[in-house]
Every structure is written in C-alpha cells, then in structure tokens.
Write a protein of this length. Structure first.
Length: 436
C-alpha cells in the first residue's frame, strides 16, 4: 500500500517515525507493507532532524503527488482550509482513500469531502481531528450506531484546560496561567484559536455531526472563549464546590414547539467537582457521551501532541488500507436525520451572576424583580461587602445562581441588570452545567 503524506511538521514527522519503527507489525495487521510514495512539503531542503526517510521522496508538488497512479492512500496533516480542501477533494474523486487530521476543514466544509468520497468510492477517515489519540470518533460513527445519542459534553482543547486547571490550582489570573502554558509549550505563540474557542468549536461541530447524523458546521456552533474568566470567577466556583472548564456541549432534543433539533455550543462553565469532567486536569481531553441504551460513557486521554495524533492517524491508515486490500469501503457519511440547529437563545442552562451593587435597603428586591420579569427563577443568593481595592463604603456584592431557563431569557436578565442604577457593575457571568 503506497501512501502520499501531505505535511511533515510535528505530526507528519511522527507518522514517518512510527511507519518506520512499526513497519513489520503494520504490514502484518494490514496484510501488505506500507510504503511512502512521497511527502509534500513547503521546503524540500529543510533539516528534518535525522528522520528515517529518503530525501528524494520530498516534493513541493502536492497535487502532482496526489494524482500519481501508484498512490493508494493520501494522509493530510497540513491543516487549514485551502489548499488542503482542493487536494483532498481531488484525491477522493480519484478513488483514493484519505486520512486527515484537519478539524478546521472538516468543520468548515466536511460535506464536500464526504460527497467527493461517495463520488470516488473511497474512504474518508479523520479520527485524529478530535481529541488526538483518544478513540472517540469511530465509536460514535460505528460502535454506537445501534443506539440514540442524546448528549455529548467534552473538554476537547488541551491548552485551555491547562490554563483553567492552573488557575484553579494556584489562584493565578488568566494572563499568568497563559504565560505558563506558553513557556511549557502547551500554548502557541498566537493562542487565539485555543483561548477564543475556535479550535473547540470545530471539534464540537465534528462530534455533533457524527452523534446526531446531521451535518453541523463551525458556523452553527455558539462560541465563547476563556479570556474573560478571572481569578475571582475561579474562587467563586470553588466556594460553590465547582471548577471552571471550557466545555463543548452538543445536545439533541425537542425545542419549544416540539420539533427535534440539535444545539451545539462552546463556552466556559462551572461544573461541580463531583462531575467526571471536573477531575480532567493539565492538557488532557475527555468527552462524556450519553446514549439512551448505553447510558453514560467517558473517553479520556491525551488530546494533542505529535505522537498521540500520529497514533490516531496510523489507526485510520490501517483501517483504510485493509479496506482497499479487501476491495470494500467503509460506510459512507450518515446524515439522514438532517436536524435543524436550534439557536443559542433556546438552549436551557443556568447562570452564575456576580453583581457589584449599592449597599442599601431594597436592592435585593429590585434585583429579584428583574429576574421575575424575565421568568427566571433564582436558586441561591449570596450577599456580602465589596472586596478588593474597588470596594468601598456603600457597596456590596450579590452572587446569584439561577435555576434552568432559556439562555435568551437569562441574557435579557443580565442586560436589564446592567441598566439598573443600583447595579454598579455586572462583575461576572458564567454558565453552570452538570447538575449542580
């Protein structure tokens, strides 16, 4: 079986290394040896750190490599939308099997890849696109196909999980924790995709598409990052017996009109320390799946890094290579349900709201009236004097946790609170998940 490898960075180099080190075992598992037909890179003359590969295999002509008749499987670890989309569509239409780790492309235009796979009768596998080495996508797309998945909740970005875990453990602020993540190599020089939730949103779209048999794109995912999470938020969560995590949440259920819909969102949230995801620390990932017959399932492990991601890539390579030798292809995309995506405003959630208010009679009554006008029920209220350098005489803090309500009603409540004369500021707003 001849492979075309597109990209030879951190992940691509690990793919090459594992292909070399495990060549005998891989050949036995597949029934034929795996050989690299070529490796497409930007610069052929770059030092590859002693990579066990013939330099003559490197090329800058990715499309030419893909079109070669002796290529059976195309492995893409370049990332980004273009030119990767054009390359993979070309490969799939030509009947070649494709293994990709490109979450951004799958979330942006996975439909085009699936359509091309059907047109060319090739396989499209992408286990490495979500949660690194954790075997997650194949269980969703194969093992649980006899069940009805109702909800997927996960920590799918290692960088943000490291930052929030550090803030919880040490009391550090966001900037300080981000600096530590950068020094240790967990955060990129430009961490925007991670800390603003773009990476997690792409993965959420892929998970929702597989779980609910519906094409869900990145644009369908409500996205919020963690840059506004403060040390005070983390301390407040601790006081409630909670921790803060950046969660991807995909849920299937009836909307207010009884129509079956899918909701997908990514945002920071407080979860109780008793929740299985609360103990997921450092840069690890975990995904909690709820299904009607199987019940609750949890998948946990390293969600990023060259070696873990390469492990997932090679698992897919073995699968597609065996299919090609047998003259069969995997089941095509399952998007038969074609469920509408409900807006974030209809999502049922709870809010934790911290208010800096005037310390005088009637304040609590006025605040409670705002919640009542929006039909939002208050679960708990904590009141105390204002703290910190900004606090002073005549000021107090109200910390309110609501019962479950539509997100639109909760957001409208916060907007009205901001306009009250007695509210000096809305210091913090965080959602609460996990059955606290």
């Amino acid at each position: 079986m001849r492979l075309a490898l597109l990209g030879c960075g951190t992940v691509g180099a690990e793919v090459v290394r594992l292909l070399h080190e495990q060549s005998t075992d891989l050949a036995a598992r597949i029934g034929a040896p795996l050989e690299i037909a070529g490796i497409a890179v930007r610069r052929t003359g770059r030092d590859r750190g002693g990579l066990p590969i013939d330099p003559a295999l490197f090329t800058t002509d990715a499309l030419g490599l893909i079109k070669r008749d002796d290529v059976d499987v195309v492995v893409e670890v370049v990332g980004g939308i273009e030119p990767a989309r054009g390359w993979l569509v070309e490969a799939l239409r030509a009947g070649k099997s494709v293994v990709t780790a490109n979450k951004a492309l799958l979330a942006e235009d996975g439909g085009a890849l699936h359509d091309a796979a059907v047109e060319g009768s090739g396989d499209l596998y992408y286990e490495a696109s979500v949660a690194g080495a954790i075997p997650l996508l194949r269980p969703l797309r194969e093992s649980l196909h006899g069940d009805r998945i109702t909800r997927v909740t996960g920590i799918v970005n290692g960088t943000t999980n490291f930052i929030l875990s550090a803030m919880h453990a040490t009391g550090a602020g966001f900037a300080e924790a981000l600096d530590e993540a950068t020094e240790l190599g967990y955060a990129e020089a430009d961490p925007t995709a991670d800390v603003e939730g773009f990476d997690a949103a792409a993965k959420a779209a892929i998970l929702a598409s597989l779980a609910f048999h519906t094409r869900v794109g990145a644009a369908d995912v409500h996205r919020e990052g963690i840059t506004e999470v403060t040390a005070a938020d983390v301390a407040s969560a601790k006081a409630m017996g909670c921790t803060i995590k950046l969660l991807c949440i995909a849920a299937r259920g009836a909307d207010g009109r009884g129509q079956e819909t899918v909701g997908v969102r990514v945002h920071p949230a407080m979860i109780p320390l008793t929740h299985p995801l609360a103990s997921v620390g450092d840069a690890f990932n975990a995904v909690f799946v709820e299904a009607e017959a199987a019940g609750q399932l949890m998948f946990y492990g390293r969600g990023a890094g060259g070696a873990p991601t390469a492990s997932a890539v090679l698992g897919d390579v073995v699968a597609v290579a065996r299919n090609r030798l047998a003259g069969v292809r995997a089941a095509s995309e399952s998007a038969y349900a074609d469920l509408p995506v409900r807006p974030m405003g209809e999502a049922l959630t709870r809010y934790h709201i911290s208010l800096d208010v005037a310390d005088r009679p009637g304040v609590l009554e006025s605040v409670a009236g705002v919640f009542a006008r929006h039909d939002v029920s208050i679960a708990t209220v904590r009141q105390g004097p204002a703290g910190g350098s900004a606090g002073g005489a005549g000021e107090a803090v109200l910390v309110i946790v609501t019962h479950v309500a539509p997100d639109a009603a909760l957001a409208a409540t916060v907007r009205e609170l901001r306009g009250l004369d007695i509210v000096r500021s809305v210091a913090s707003v965080l959602r609460v998940e996990g059955g606290l």
